[in-house]
Design a protein around this ligand. Structure first.
Ligand code: MG
Ligand code: MG
Length: 288
């Protein structure tokens, strides 16, 4: 195995250190969620996250990463991931996806959420968009639960895919997983081995149970990207922003999870994943 593909297994002490980065990400995303409203620009949201990072003494993972120019990735509507914050003003009913990474003492945390901005005049949000966001979050939690109860890495992608397949939109139209982008190992680098697919590894004829054994010390970012229409994507001329080819709306959820001898701990969730994983019958095992 090539050195760069080696999986970095963490000690309990290192997982506790990663929790500090995870909580900065959780704080930054909570601040962005609280601030998000029609009329603000995506650059305004970036500034909110930047202030939280600075106050915490954390370093943004994304800023300068292969030249990326901002603290957050902010992706709106047909933008799937990697949107660059800028002058784009948020509008009522937009689907907003915010991705954030932070470094504390050399350890990374990485998480993302999507939401639907309130519609004009207090009208209910588009039911299909609301469903998209909820179903993508549920698929992420299904994947995180599989990190805890699965045996192989392939169980994670299978759980995400099955959750998406089981949740067609209110119009009956199935949701689709974007397959060109994946989750990843995380630790002393934001992106490490292994790749964490959001679907079964069909191309190699593998399915549930395939891939490396899930074992204590693994730290993974699980991050499904899901669309209401066709899953084909393009990258805009800014060389970053990933959009759906058909213009359909997309959502993106992500958490960083550590698997320890005692169980899973969702490092980028304030409650460590206790509520959402508990609802799936999985007990979390905080180390601090
Ligand atoms: Mg991310
Ligand atoms: Mg990530």
């Amino acid at each position: 195995m090539r050195r760069r593909d080696r999986v970095e297994l963490k000690t309990p002490e290192q997982v506790v250190a990663m929790r500090r980065a995870g909580l900065v990400v959780a704080d930054a995303l909570a601040a962005v969620r609280a601030a998000a409203r029609p009329g603000l620009t995506t650059a305004d949201l970036d500034a909110v996250a930047g202030e939280v990072m600075a106050a915490a003494g954390a370093t943004p993972s994304f800023l300068g990463y292969h030249g990326f120019p901002a603290v957050l990735c902010v992706s709106v509507n047909e933008q799937v991931v990697h949107g660059i914050p800028g002058p784009l003003a948020l509008r009522p009913g937009d689907v907003l996806s915010v991705d954030c990474g932070a470094i504390v003492d050399g350890w990374h945390g990485d998480a993302a959420f999507s939401l639907v901005l309130p519609a004009e005049d207090g009208a209910a949000p588009d039911a299909g968009d609301a469903h998209l966001v909820a179903a993508t979050e549920a698929a992420m939690w299904a994947g995180l639960a599989a990190v805890a109860v699965g045996e192989r890495l392939g169980d994670v992608g299978a759980a995400v895919e099955d959750a998406v397949d089981a949740s067609p939109g209110p119009d009956g139209h199935p949701l689709e997983v974007v397959e060109g982008y994946t989750g990843h190992g995380i630790g002393t680098q934001m992106h490490q081995a292994p790749e964490v697919l959001n679907h079964r590894t069909r191309s190699r004829g593998l399915g549930t149970g395939a891939g490396m054994r899930l074992r204590p010390g693994l730290c993974l970012a699980v991050e499904p990207m899901v669309v209401r229409g066709d899953a084909e994507t393009d990258v805009l001329d800014d060389d970053w922003t990933v959009v759906t080819r058909d213009g359909s709306r997309a959502a993106h959820w992500e958490h960083t999870v550590a698997l320890t001898e005692r169980g899973p701990w969702v490092l980028t969730a304030h409650d460590g994943g206790e509520a959402a994983l508990g609802a799936l019958g999985v007990a979390v095992a905080p180390l601090a």
